[in-house]
Design a protein around this ligand. Structure first.
Ligand code: UD1
Length: 424
């Protein structure tokens, strides 16, 4: 298992190119199941979760080809002969559940392994199932599998009890090919949802967003069509990778220019980092410049659905909070167990007290390099950030978590002055 050896204490300076968004590319790859024609996606990040989704689709006889452009994928689901997502693939990536909606809509049948819990919480998929049932699907779960049948899905008025990102994506794809109109209320409004809707619209879907001004529950109307066609689409930039790099610049007191990003998607993160003392400015189209501070200020953070502060940035923000002069209260409202990185940071010298969904981080702490264990994707990123400012060497084990979602993070950081060695 790969490890990262980080030599801390180096100021970062230079330019970092942001990759395409993993969490937008995943549902967009799954959308290939909705048409027999070719889908060409570009700006697809080369990360493990994408390879897993490609393998899953290939298992369903989708022809997946990688053209010479390093960030492009072409998918063609001529006929869907196998509608099964096996446990072996789903267990490594929960987002495999994203094939459920498209499979049902296109072929009337799907058998998808139930994703289990994961390190950060139970993460059930009950809302996906309930909503598909409202559209006429008959769904049973047995032997660890969801088995779903539907001669033809019909439109439905779905009110999500909780905002769910992949749930909204699954339903958006199912509704695109259903009979009649669907209304998705209390839907997620993350940029990845909007990007998926843009792709589906290019494929011939009829999707209309209401109340997408950030006020009130978001409502998406979908008029089902009888078939969808091929399309070309460029995946949006990864706002979480960009946010992680902003923290890297800030925490090391460095200066980084981020290119190929979408600053509009980072409003809540940028506002919080500015509150902490970082200087962040737009620089040309798709660019941001961050200048770190000598001494970060404490600031409280509560995670929320978009456009709030993303739960996927909470761990990275915690690393910065350990360096602030005072107490920061971090409240995690989305997942019940998303503070696993705190105990590893504590081992590096941080002062963090956890009380349920609240973490009180008292800084500034002199972090010291230590052997630490990555527990999930974003926790791993936060340990890399902590390692960048720690005295001495930090050895992070289980970096396969970070490889699931960051494209060559150690290479990008080393190119701007970090010392990180991948040890195999
Ligand atoms: C997606 C993102 C993940 C991010 C999360 C929250 C992808 C591939 N992953 O995950 O990076 O951290 O959004 O922004 O895009 N819930 C239920 N029942 C359901 C579905 C969800 O109770 O059927 C709960 C979850 O346990 C969680 C909350 O709803 O507490 C939000 O989860 P959800 O938005 O569904 O997260 P994911 O789509 O899995």
């Amino acid at each position: 298992m790969d490890k990262f050896l980080i030599e801390g204490g180096r100021r970062l300076e230079g330019s970092v190119e942001i990759s395409g968004a993993k969490n937008a590319a995943l549902p967009e790859l799954a959308a290939s199941l909705l048409t027999s024609e070719a889908l060409r996606l570009s700006n697809v990040p080369r990360v493990h979760d994408i390879s897993t989704m490609a393998r899953l689709l290939a298992h369903m006889k989708v022809a997946v080809t990688l053209p010479p452009a390093p960030d492009a994928v072409v998918l063609r689901a001529g006929t869907v002969t196998s509608a099964e997502a096996p446990y072996e693939l789903v267990k490594t990536m929960r987002a495999s559940i994203l094939v459920l909606g498209p499979l049902l809509a296109r072929s009337g049948y799907a058998r998808v392994s139930l994703p289990g819990g994961c390190a950060i919480g139970a993460r059930p998929v009950d809302l996906h199932i309930k909503a598909l049932e409202q559209m006429g699907a008959e769904i049973t779960t047995a032997h660890g599998y969801i088995e779903a049948h539907a001669k033809k899905l019909h439109g439905a008025h779905i009110v999500f009890e909780k905002i769910t990102v992949t749930g909204t994506e699954n339903l958006l794809m199912a509704a695109a090919l259903a009979d009649g109109e669907s209304v998705l209320e209390n839907a997620a409004r993350e940029p990845e949802i909007v990007d998926l809707a843009e792709l589906l619209t290019k494929m011939g879907a009829r999707i209309h967003f209401e109340k997408d001004d950030g006020t009130g529950p978001s409502v998406i109307r979908v008029h089902g069509v009888t078939s969808l066609h091929g399309a070309e689409h460029r995946v949006i930039p990864d706002r979480i990778e960009a946010g992680t790099m902003l923290v890297a610049g800030a925490i090391t007191g460095g200066e980084l220019a981020l290119t190929h990003c979408e600053p509009r998607h980072l409003d809540a993160v940028i506002a919080k980092l500015i509150e902490s003392g970082a200087d962040i400015r737009p620089e040309g189209p798709g660019g941001l410049r961050v200048r770190g501070m000598q001494q970060p200020r404490p600031a409280d953070v509560a995670t929320e659905e978009y456009p709030g502060f993303p739960t996927d940035m909470q761990a990275q923000y915690m690393a910065l909070a350990t360096q602030a002069s005072g107490a920061s209260v971090l409240t995690e409202t989305i997942f019940e167990n998303r503070f696993l990185h705190a105990s590893e940071m504590t081992r590096m010298g941080a002062n963090i007290a956890i009380d349920g969904r609240r973490a009180v981080v008292r800084g500034p702490s002199r972090l010291m390099g230590a052997k630490v264990l990555a527990s999930d994707l974003r926790a791993s990123a936060s340990l890399v950030l902590a390692g960048l400012v720690a005295e001495g060497e930090t050895l992070i084990d289980r970096v396969y978590h970070i490889d699931r979602g960051y494209e060559g993070i150690e290479k990008k950081l080393c190119a701007v002055g970090a010392r990180i060695r991948r040890m195999r």
